[in-house]
Design a protein around this ligand. Structure first.
Ligand code: GTP
Ligand code: MG
Length: 370
């Protein structure tokens, strides 16, 4: 950080605040413990007290959360993460709901209530699938711009009575740009006006060649209303996942991506995190974007408390010091100090960036006026 509270500096050196304030006064600086001093002054004080100065830099952050090269034998297969995309009103939410409801175990009271913006289901053949219930475009644009690529497979929903529309094309472009395989769900096949062949023909014009047109992209005719084809869709996903051979090392420090986050009145900041590698456990210390914390509780998609969450598992995380943003990356760190320093470093870097951007526009405005 480029500035630090006097009290915080004393705290970190494990020195008395009064002594630090006194020392600053001797240097000619009249500050109270609640004021901040710049990094250079802080450095002088630290040396004055006989401590070692360590400033956090980009490379320090990278060192702490560096990519671990997993050994082949540590890699275990993980469930695929699926995002649903498509044109407005083509039935994305309906399909997600229908899949979830059909898969809710009989007798699970109120099981259809969704707790978090992601859930897991098991296909009849036993494959576990993780669905992200975020607007597909957000999952791609904001998450990818923050460096979190979370999706393994895209389900492209196209209504059979409306065919390919502008957002269908946009979705195709997103999936292609991210190099994520697609499965086409031709929805609303229960409607009399449904024309699945027209959908296939139009997709062809956008270089999406489905299996029914002798291509490689799986296509399934479904109806979110009648449930037609949904089991087939799940099996198509399972097959695609098998081809991808998705793997992660559950034995390492967890890394995940924030799917959504909010400040909850009763529980404080809460983030839904999709664990991407490693295993997140209760008690783990972490940094997530510009926030940090210690996992106080983990809650799964069914609203149950769990001790841990492995790769591809979505969980609600409690115990954050602030609310992160969707797309922020969570990393478990070894120490509390590391997590806090990285968070503060990022926060400061973001502030500096905003300040620089602000200064640039002011300068520009001045130039324009001149
Ligand atoms: P946005 O989130 O607004 O982009 O829409 P969406 O893609 O999530 O569509 P949604 O699931 O909200 O469905 C839009 C409308 O289509 C609703 O009125 C649904 O009831 C209807 N609908 C969805 N799936 C089907 C289907 O399989 N058959 C019929 N007949 N109607 C459907
Ligand atoms: Mg919707």
């Amino acid at each position: 950080p480029e500035a630090i509270l006097v009290s915080e500096l004393a705290n970190r050196m494990a020195e008395r605040v009064a002594d630090v304030v006194k020392s600053l006064m001797q240097m000619g600086m009249m500050v109270t413990q609640n004021q901040t001093i710049d990094a250079d002054t802080a450095e002088l004080i630290i040396e004055e007290f006989g401590h070692k100065v360590t400033r956090v830099s980009d490379s320090d952050v990278e060192d702490v959360i560096k990519e671990i090269e997993d050994k082949e034998e540590d890699l275990k297969s993980r469930p695929p993460v699926i995002t649903i995309m498509g044109h407005v009103d083509h039935g994305k939410t309906s399909i997600l709901d229908a899949i979830r409801n059909a898969r809710v175990v009989a007798g699970e009271a109120g099981g259809i209530t969704q707790h978090i913006g992601a859930y897991q289901v098991k296909t009849e053949s036993g494959t576990v699938l993780s669905f992200l219930d975020t607007p597909g475009h957000a999952a791609f644009t904001s998450m990818r711009s923050r460096g979190a690529q979370v999706t393994d497979i895209v389900i492209l929903v196209v209504a059979a009575d409306d065919s390919v529309m502008p957002q269908t094309i946009e979705a195709i472009n997103h999936a292609k740009a991210a190099n994520v395989p697609m499965i086409v769900a031709i929805n609303k096949c229960d409607k009399p006006a449904a024309d699945p062949m027209k959908v296939r023909a139009e997709l062809l014009q956008h270089e999406v060649i489905v299996e029914a047109m002798s291509g490689e992209v799986q296509d399934v005719e479904v109806s979110a209303h009648t449930g037609q084809g949904l089991e087939e869709l799940l099996e198509a996903i399972a097959l695609q996942a098998e081809i991808l051979e998705l793997k992660a090392n559950p034995a390492r420090a967890a890394q995940g991506a924030v799917i959504e986050a909010q400040l909850d009145v009763g529980r404080g900041p809460v983030a839904t995190v999709l664990v991407q590698t490693g295993t997140l456990r209760q008690g783990d210390i972490f940094v997530v974007g510009e926030q940090y914390g210690k996992v106080r509780a983990l809650i799964n998609d069914k609203g149950e408390r769990v001790e841990e969450a492995g790769p591809s598992v979505p969980v609600e995380v409690l115990g954050l010091n602030g609310t992160p943003e969707a797309g922020d990356v969570l990393n478990v760190t070894e120490t509390d100090a590391q997590a806090r320093e990285i968070a503060e470093y990022r926060e400061q870097a973001a502030k500096d960036k905003r300040a620089a951007a602000g200064a640039a526009t002011t300068l520009e405005q001045l130039m324009q006026k001149a």
